[in-house]
Design a protein around this ligand. Structure first.
Ligand SMILES: N[C@@H]1[C@@H](O)[C@H](O)[C@@H](COP(=O)(O)O)O[C@@H]1O
Length: 243
């Protein structure tokens, strides 16, 4: 695991965009595993700036998002599909037919099976991850099996609170109770993983990921077994690291 500790969110975003852009520049037909949440927003802005200034093209890139709220259509302003269009896809030249987000508004088993098939056919070159304050990756909440593939999950109260605060004007009742997420086994199959975490509320799960024992209580700790992981954290998220 390569750990990069930087001063703040802006520096973390700059470092993360360098890692993503290196993959895209080396392989203009790469398969990108993408993430939502507040953390990647600035990194996506930097990718758009690079596309406009340097002409990096995404015309042969395919994208595969980690997760989607269950019950929200892609057109819903709080859906992760909508988030991706707003924060990244509308600013680059990716083809919309090459964009993939789990279907949160379809029949559950069919949506999960379709996504697993898609991932099996399109190996991911780099998987971007944030981390939940309880250590979740994607929406794989504590207790999820490391063998899991794309599945439906019930969100923890703390996760719904975190996401209500950041995206739903604090209204927890508006946050869906379930989501469809890539499983931990899908994530582990990516050739490279880039995890970015900023802020004090990420310090506990980052400590377990970097220095702790692998445990399903902190799903991100599964990454200890991946051979190519880059973890970028700001000082606050690194504040409990001792080694
Ligand atoms: N499903 C997403 C995760 O993929 C993301 O990593 C997490 C952290 O979000 P933030 O970056 O806003 O802290 O939020 C959500 O739960």
């Amino acid at each position: 695991m390569k750990l990069i500790i930087v001063e703040n969110y802006e520096e973390a975003s700059v470092e993360a965009s360098k890692v993503m852009l290196e993959v895209v520049k080396n392989n203009p037909a790469a398969n990108l595993g993408l993430a939502t949440g507040s953390t990647p927003i600035r990194m996506y802005e930097l990718m758009i700036e690079d596309h406009k200034e340097n002409g990096t093209s995404y015309k042969d890139i395919k994208s595969f998002n980690l997760d989607e709220y269950f019950g929200l259509e892609a057109s819903h302003p709080q859906s992760y599909h909508y988030f991706m269009n707003k924060h990244l896809f509308s600013g680059i030249d990716i083809k919309l037919e090459n964009v993939h987000v789990p279907n949160g508004a379809g029949e559950i088993q069919e949506s999960c099976d379709d996504y697993n098939k898609l991932l099996a056919e399109n190996p991911i070159d780099i998987q971007l991850l944030g981390i939940g304050s309880n250590g979740h990756i994607g929406f794989n909440e504590p207790g999820t099996s490391f063998d899991s593939v794309t599945h439906m999950i019930e969100l923890k109260e703390s996760t719904r609170q975190d996401n209500a605060r950041l995206f739903f004007d604090g209204k927890i009742d508006d946050v869906p109770t379930h989501a469809i997420t890539m499983g931990i086994s899908n994530i582990m199959q990516a050739k490279k993983v880039l995890l970015v975490a900023c802020g004090e509320n990420k310090a506990e799960p980052i400590k377990v990921l970097v220095e702790g024992q692998k445990t399903t209580d902190v799903p991100a700790s599964a990454l200890q077994d991946h051979s190519d992981v880059v973890v970028i954290v700001d000082k606050a998220a690194a504040s409990l690291l001792t080694k």
